[in-house]
Every structure is written in structure tokens, then in C-alpha cells.
Write a new protein. Sequence first.
Length: 107
Amino acid sequence: MDQSSTFLGTGLLAELRASDGLSEREGREFISRKAGRPYDGEAMYMLSWPEHEDPKTWREYADLRIHVMSDSELVTLEMELRKRKKLPPRRPWERHMFYSAMGRLER
């Protein structure tokens, strides 16, 4: 089973700056290279890696995968967060938690 973590694009850049010491340009290039598409600061990124890897920085992961989350993945993530925080289901008139990140990946 893989482990994963999610970040908004701008948050991922900040994380790369703090953990790996990457500049903004280096961070954008790293994300673009790993995701296979241009960096988007408003997109939600999912990082996943094999369970057995445990390095200290993101760049040290041999099999780190980064991808832009699709709308269906964002909806699933919202439902999981709501369950974990014991929040009621989203009402039809409420915006999604990750509304700004939606529509970034065409499926």
C-alpha cells in the first residue's frame, strides 16, 4: 500500500522550500517534472510513495509520484475530511472545500 499526502500548489512550494531548500523556480521545475504538466499554484497535488520509503526530504524519495488531483478525487478527499472531522455532509448550495482547485485536470 502506498502512502500519500496532499498539498495546494502554493503549499507544496512552501513545503519544498522548507524541507529541501528549493528556491521557488527549482520547486516549480521539480513539481512540473514529477507531475508531467506545468505547475499550477491553485491546483491540489497528491504526492504518493511506497510505504517502505522514509527519507528526510521529498527529493530523496526514489519513487515519489506527484499528480494533479481530478475533481472526483477532490470530492472524495472532501468527504473523507468531513467524516474525519465529524462535519455534516456538504449541502447542495455550499461550495466544495477545494472549489478553487477543481477543473484543473481534464478527464
